[in-house]
Design a binder for this molecule. Structure first.
Ligand SMILES: [Zn+2]
Length: 207
């Protein structure tokens, strides 16, 4: 089948349907329409199984706390709560293609003018049925996403988050299973950008 999308494999002008002279970035020789390919933004979540503060591995002292997150004092008493395998993060098993059956971090595409932080909160509501507390921005990573027969560039924007005492009500259309994995020894995730975000979170929490 001839590719007819308007991603990197676009072969026809999306405005006048003339054949394009080459791959984007290019301009239609029929109507002058300029076609670019840009990474599409997504919001991703590294949801931790505890308040957004982590005891230092050596001293037990709390070394940092993401801005804007209210952590109860009893949860951060120095010397308490030191665990050998550290914090865990929430992973979902994908219910749909691409990468069906693989573990992933929650998240999804941003809507048109939606800020990634708002998209992250919305996705958590849709996928997990929770109003989560968003923590620090973690980082952004360029990756690929296969959709409708096209390999699309994506810009995955990740945030730390926590559930508090909320219970997950999993949307079974999106995920078949939810579980917690150690942040320091994660399994391979569905997309390389997720692996990168987990590594960033581990470095940031344990530096
Ligand atoms: Zn055209």
């Amino acid at each position: 089948m001839t590719p007819r999308g308007y991603g990197p494999s676009a072969a026809f002008c999306p405005r006048c349907a003339a054949a394009l002279p080459g791959p984007a970035p290019t301009a239609c020789t029929g109507c002058g329409y300029q076609l670019f390919v840009n990474a599409r933004p997504t919001a991703g979540l590294v949801i931790l199984d505890r308040p957004l503060a982590v005891p230092d591995r050596d001293s037990g002292a709390v070394v940092r706390r993401p801005a804007g997150v209210d952590v109860p004092q009893e949860a951060v008493t120095p010397g308490s709560g030191v665990e050998t395998d550290g914090p865990r993060f929430l992973a979902l098993r994908r219910a749909a293609a691409p990468m069906i059956g693989r573990w992933e971090t929650p998240g999804g595409f941003c809507d048109g003018w939606e800020h990634p932080a708002d998209a992250a909160v919305r996705e958590a509501r849709e996928e997990l049925g929770v109003d989560l507390t968003l923590g620090d921005y973690l980082g952004m990573y360029v990756g690929s996403y296969e959709y409708q027969g096209e390999e699309l560039p994506v810009l995955d924007v990740f945030f730390l988050a926590t559930l508090g005492d909320q219970v997950i009500d999993l949307n079974r259309d999106e995920a078949t299973e939810a579980t917690w994995f150690p942040l320091l020894t994660p399994p391979p995730l569905a997309f390389g950008t997720m692996d990168a975000a987990i590594r960033t979170a581990a470095r940031r929490l344990f530096r």
